[in-house]
Design a binder for this molecule. Structure first.
Ligand code: UFG
Length: 344
């Protein structure tokens, strides 16, 4: 049902998996990416995994000087809708460079909205995050949970949700889903595409994977004294392929939807996993040692958050199918076959 889709940030970690699922389902995709945190090689791999109609526009959505060009390219593509993933995503960096985060993330979203408006393609799936919930809710958290992100990156996600709600309110031809991702991990089962962080990974799985492959000595476990079963932080890790399929399901939902409006939907498994459980599972999957130290808590971290994912099941007919073992095995396959990421 999904036809011609603009995918901003389509060469990135989540975007590349979304493209594969879209193309495999027979859709055409126009990737808009400036490759600031993505590698062009990802596009070759996407084509290899899912031959089909993939177009690429190398542009910066946040640069006003490029917006006219982008708007006309989107209009020429004649899309049915878009998945908006482009943006900056490092929490720590957003604390030290908030203005850049606001300009980039909000600017990119606004340019895409303008382009979709001009192309009269008013179906939009936005890549939001569980980070919008901050530390204000008991888990499992559903979409009625209180919002209150604790850093500028998280606030850009919530502000864009607010913007698209206003857009949907202003014109009932807009149909929008804000997908609130929990913690995406893993890689395509082929091992050909996966996460390729620029510097030292901020997130747990890429760090563990680099320790397992020998690129780093040991993991620092941030906090061993949280009020959780083993004292380490608990998160809802979701396989990136499940997540990508959630986007396709959201686009199909919008295409079939009779009324306009914006809706928020969690994408998670509904299961909490601790840092030490994740380390143990990765160790089993990789058959490698993963040395770690218990370090002080990381600023801004919360003890525990996992999803209530019932709404995704109800509205999208989607639920996460892959296990923690799949996440680790697939993440490891990608990491071991591409030890230096796409440079390998
Ligand atoms: N952790 C460690 N050591 C590390 C990295 C992480 O112990 O080197 C712990 C964290 O303290 C936390 C858990 O592993 O308990 C997960 O941390 P991540 O950094 O992987 O993910 P977060 O839950 O902190 O979430 C962040 C952003 C989200 C984003 C998510 C996935 O806040 O917006 O990463 O990218 F969605």
């Amino acid at each position: 049902m999904t036809k011609r889709i603009v995918v901003t940030g389509g060469a990135g970690y989540i975007g590349s998996h979304v493209c594969v699922e879209l193309l495999a389902g027979g859709a055409a995709a126009l990737v808009i990416d400036n490759f600031s945190n993505a590698h062009p090689e990802a596009l070759n791999r996407i084509r290899e995994l899912a031959p089909g109609d993939l177009e690429v526009l190398e542009r910066d959505l946040a640069d006003p000087a490029q917006s006219e060009d982008i708007i006309s390219a989107v209009r020429d593509f004649n899309p049915d809708g878009a998945v908006h993933l482009a943006g900056l995503k490092a929490v720590g960096e957003s604390v030290t460079e908030p203005a850049r985060y606001y300009r980039t993330n909000l600017g990119a979203a606004l340019t895409l909205i303008e382009a979709l408006d001009a192309a009269d393609a008013k179906n939009l799936v936005f890549s939001s995050s569980a980070t919008v919930y901050g530390d204000r809710n008991e888990s499992p958290v559903d979409e009625s949970g209180l919002t209150g992100p604790t850093n500028p990156y998280g606030r850009t996600k919530l502000f864009i949700e607010d913007i698209v709600r206003d857009i949907a309110h202003s014109d009932n031809r807009w149909r929008i889903v804000n997908l609130r991702y929990f913690n995406p991990v893993g890689a395509h089962a082929s091992g050909r595409i996966g996460e390729d962080p620029n510097d030292i990974p901020n997130n747990l799985f890429p760090f563990i994977a680099q320790v397992a492959v020998g690129r780093r000595d040991k993991l620092q476990v941030f906090g061993g004294d949280y009020p959780t079963p083993d004292g380490t932080g608990v998160r809802d890790y979701i396989h990136v392929t499940d997540l990508a399929r959630g986007h396709v399901a959201a686009l199909d939902y919008l295409a079939a939807k009779k009324t306009g409006g914006a809706v928020d939907i969690n994408l998670g498994t509904g299961k909490g996993v601790s840092v030490l459980e994740a380390v143990a599972a990765f160790k089993r999957a990789s058959n490698r040692d993963i040395p770690y130290d218990i370090a002080p808590r990381r600023d801004g971290d919360i003890a525990e958050i996992y999803a209530n994912a019932d709404l995704a099941q109800k509205l999208l007919g989607w639920r996460a199918e892959k296990t923690l073992e799949d996440m680790c095995a697939d993440h490891w396959r990608w990491q071991s076959q591409n030890p230096e990421g796409y440079q390998s």
